[in-house]
Design a protein around this ligand. Structure first.
Ligand code: CTP
Length: 416
């Protein structure tokens, strides 16, 4: 754990303000000095005495109190970390614009400390193009955005916008202090607060209890992506189909076997993800029938015909979904030896799948699978090469993640 630090918790006016009490308490119990700056609206949802008792410090709201001690800048200057939870759509807009019409706005503008915000609002407000643009602006400035989650909102409705659980917010915030330096270089953590779903490995489609149709994917590239994304601060869900290498520590592992299982796991995880990377080799077809008993040679005869049915195209389905994750990355493993022709296949595939980026590599009898290195180019949705890499699967993974970081949160929106 990091040594005692000064953490400012900004509480703004949303129903989730009552949960800020648990966040304040967790920071205090972790040994930090916690100062709450609440907006007027926040105090309509949660009581000042509660926040003062839990934080063990006075709660400040008024810009015109403590003028002699220049409180409007002093609080921000003393902060090692600022956490705004909940952050309403209004507060996010004010932060994006750099407004300082209340004490919290002044505190944040006067601070050079890392800033973590936990948005909380209704789904329509979260998906509104104004909020999407404001969140993108904040991310580009290095603000760490935790959540929101998907779940029951204040009314009867369910959707994205629910404030992330206090434990998750606290863990993401404390991770920024954990190396003992409050002014941690955020560049190394350029995926902090991003939720990335990565599929890896190869699916297996059962024929009978002992046999399956499979492929040669080892899962190495997907595992390297998960490892690199987690090291860069992302929260990673790894949907893993028959990995031949151990999964990295610190990721949320979701084992699957068939293409349909992989689809269900990826789609469930994608509902709250910013980024999905489909590195898994998914079977395009599955046996029409899954026999309950082992198929016998005598019954099958000299030539054996197998009926296959098409599996859904998971990547194309994700790219078409509304709403959909902000960045969707596909892979294309092609055996075409001629680089120009291979590039053309990649261009056609990115257009067909509708993904934002396509990682193109060459596979063959001795290339691409179960090897420690890889050789790739990354195409954008227009088919232009935006990055290329050759080397270990970990260095290739970082090159792919660089493209995602540079993309920020693109302005994809359900109305696009
Ligand atoms: N993919 C998918 N669902 C499928 C098949 C593939 O989501 N049923 C994803 C893979 O994870 C990969 C991308 O689509 O990210 C490209 O896979 P690939 O097998 O190269 O593409 P296909 O659609 O099978 O195209 P083709 O058969 O023409 O090569």
């Amino acid at each position: 754990m990091s040594s005692a630090r000064t953490i400012v918790v900004g509480v703004t006016g949303g129903i989730a303000a009552y949960k800020a009490v648990n966040i304040v308490r967790a920071f205090v119990l972790a040994g930090h000095s916690v100062h709450v700056v609440a907006t007027e609206a926040a105090l309509r949802f949660v009581g000042k005495p509660t926040l003062e008792a839990i934080s063990r410090n006075p709660v400040h709201t008024d810009l015109y109190e403590g003028v002699a001690e220049v409180r409007h800048v002093a609080i921000g200057q003393s902060a090692d970390l600022i956490v705004v939870a909940p952050a309403t759509a209004n507060t996010i807009a004010k932060l994006a614009a750099g407004l300082a019409d209340d004490l919290l706005g002044n505190t944040i503008l006067a601070s050079t400390a890392p800033l973590v915000i936990a948005p909380a609002m209704h789904t329509e407000m979260w998906n509104n193009p104004a909020t999407v643009a404001n969140v993108k602006t904040l991310r580009e400035r290095g603000v760490v955005i935790v959540g929101p989650g998907v779940g029951q909102l204040t009314g009867a409705d369910i959707g994205a916008g629910r404030m992330e659980e206090p434990d998750t917010i606290v863990a993401a915030a404390l991770a920024l202090l954990d190396d003992g330096s409050a002014r941690q270089d955020l560049a190394g953590q350029d995926l902090a607060g991003r939720r990335i779903v990565i599929s890896a490995g190869g699916t297996r489609e059962p024929l009978d209890p002992v046999r399956y149709l499979g492929n040669r994917s080892s899962g190495r590239q997907g595992v390297a992506l998960a490892e690199a994304a987690a090291a860069r601060g992302a929260s990673v869900i790894l949907v893993a189909a028959h990995l031949e290498v151990p999964p990295p520590a610190g990721v949320d592992l979701r084992p699957v076997s068939t293409a349909l299982e992989l689809q269900a796991a990826v789609e469930a995880a994608a509902a709250t993800a910013d980024v999905v990377i489909m590195a898994a080799a998914v079977a395009d077809y599955r046996p029409a029938e899954r026999r309950a008993d082992k198929i016998k040679k005598d019954e099958a005869g000299d030539t054996f015909r197998l009926d296959l049915v098409k599996n859904p195209d998971i990547l194309a389905g994700l790219a078409r979904a509304v709403p959909r994750p902000a960045v969707i990355v596909g892979f294309a493993a092609e055996t075409e030896a001629d680089p120009a022709a291979r590039l053309e296949l990649g261009r056609q595939k990115v257009a067909r799948k509708g993904c934002d980026y396509l990682v193109l590599n060459r596979v063959g009898w001795s290339q691409g699978f179960a090897t420690e290195s890889n050789d790739i180019v990354v195409l954008d949705r227009r088919g232009d090469i935006v990055n290329e890499a050759s080397g270990t699967k970990l260095s290739v993974a970082n090159c792919i993640l660089d493209v995602i970081v540079q993309a920020g949160t693109p302005d994809h929106h359900p109305s696009d």
